[in-house]
Write a protein that binds this ligand. Structure first.
Ligand SMILES: [Zn+2]
Length: 447
């Protein structure tokens, strides 16, 4: 690649960092409808801030449809390159697990800490400032470049769905919200509830989101002594609290549940062994247990492009009704109907009814697709990593919202994934490397 934007990119490092700190300071967790905004005031504030930053860099900006989305565009041309990212973040979880305030970003030992640094404010801004570097280098774009800012990615994608109804569809694009080199296959994402009447006195509630492995569960019922001794037998970590028992787990993203420890599953396994008979407890303990692939229900479900089916019990609520909230990632070539059928049958045996909450169809682009060929070439040349190949992920990015779109960066193959976890952080040096790759990619995709 002959083009060299190094000095213009270097000049954007400090402004990028400053903008990122400002954006991470806004605690943009979904709080539906609060303050008269679709997803709450902080998300609206983050959207306005991102539009302001883009406006100052020279983009034309638009605040979309009462705050469902926004976009920022630059350049000329009939075709449009879309770059899709999101400004909402998942809740920080328990503050005591953080070494610092999740919304007061601190730079330490080359890292920038804070909720949203990796997912997705850092990468979104890195691609935005990459365009600024290209502009400063005198590059003229032969396509329009449009950043599409989503506000509801971590929950229901109502933002991007609204965008698709009302606005122009990009001809091609990428979403800087995963890993390098790029993601060409993303599993189908099914979120669902299993529900039934609660015929017991058991009251329980816990977990933080469909897509997070729950890292603790609290039990304050009458069987505390028995439960503690069973937890000892099982080797499950727990802690006595003033009014009950806290079962320990380990947080992880639901696309990699095998890297976490599911506290809901552990509590249910133990509760069932001390004789508790609730529909939800029985279902979890007997049909799923600690198996992140729910093999008992689905068998050995996997395919070559995208690997195994993943199954995460994210939330449980036993009140008048029993409800279990589940996030499952389905291999790209497996039919959703087949999975739903098996799950319905397994749940029905416990008196639980299947209720779909959300479904995102899979992403699957052939490896010789022009967008993939261009981005792979850029990645190999600019990063110096000539060996990494396109990958399949269980994660869901906006890439699947549009045709001809893949997820591209920002994490390097050896880089630690900390999104959705306490002490989320990014390596600033890698963010700057990602900015350089994005600059070359945007340059090539707009020729
Ligand atoms: Zn994300």
């Amino acid at each position: 690649m002959v083009e060299n934007f190094d000095s213009q990119l270097a000049a954007q490092q400090e402004p990028l960092k400053k903008a990122l700190v400002e954006l991470v300071r806004i605690p943009s967790v979904c709080n539906e409808g609060a303050g008269g905004f679709p997803f709450g005031a902080p998300i609206d504030q983050a959207l306005r801030k991102a539009l302001q930053i883009a406006g100052e860099l020279g983009f034309k900006t638009q605040y979309g449809d009462g705050g469902y989305y926004g976009f920022a565009e630059i350049g000329e041309g009939v075709e449009m390159l879309g770059i899709l990212g999101h400004l909402d973040v998942v809740p920080p979880g328990k503050l005591k697990d953080w070494n610092r305030d999740p919304f007061d970003p601190v730079e330490k030992d080359g890292f920038l800490y804070g909720r949203g640094t990796q997912d997705d404010k850092g990468p979104l801004l890195a691609s935005l400032f990459a365009v600024k570097a290209l502009l400063d280098a005198g590059v003229k774009f032969n396509k329009r470049v449009r950043f599409i800012f989503g506000t509801d990615e971590e929950t229901l994608w109502r933002c991007i769905n609204r965008y698709k109804e009302k606005e122009e569809t990009p001809a091609l694009g990428f979403s800087p919200d995963a890993r390098f080199p790029l993601i060409y296959a993303e599993k189908g994402l099914l979120q669902l509830n299993l529900e039934g009447q609660n015929q017991t006195d058991l009251r329980l509630s816990g977990g933080s989101a469909f897509n997070a492995v729950p890292d603790m569960m609290f039990y304050d019922g009458v069987l505390q002594e028995e439960l503690a001794s069973k937890l000892d037998d099982l080797g499950f970590a727990y802690e006595w609290k003033e009014d009950g028992i806290e079962v320990k787990g380990k947080a992880a993203h639901a696309m990699i549940p095998e890297e976490g420890i599911n506290a809901i599953a552990r509590l249910c396994i133990a509760l069932r062994s001390v004789g508790v008979e609730s529909k939800a407890v029985n279902f979890i303990a007997r049909e799923v247990g600690e198996d992140p692939n729910a093999t008992r229900i689905f068998g050995d479900c996997n395919d070559a492009p995208s690997g195994k089916l993943k199954f995460n019990i994210g939330l449980i609520n036993l009140g008048e009704k029993e409800q279990i909230s589940i996030d499952s990632r389905i291999p790209v070539t497996v039919s959703k109907e087949e999975i739903v059928k098996k799950l319905k049958a397994a749940a029905a045996a416990y008196g639980l009814e299947y209720k779909e909450f959300d479904w995102l169809p899979p992403l699957y682009l052939p490896k010789d697709h022009p967008v993939i060929e261009t981005l792979m070439k850029v990645y190999h040349q600019v990063s110096g990593d000539k060996v990494s190949q396109p990958i399949a992920l269980g994660g869901a990015t906006y890439a699947r919202a549009f045709n001809n779109c893949v997820a591209f960066g920002p994490l390097f193959p050896d880089e630690l994934l900390t999104e959705h976890e306490p002490n989320e952080r990014l390596v600033l040096e890698n963010l700057f490397r990602a900015m350089k790759i994005y600059a070359h990619a945007i340059y090539q995709l707009t020729r």
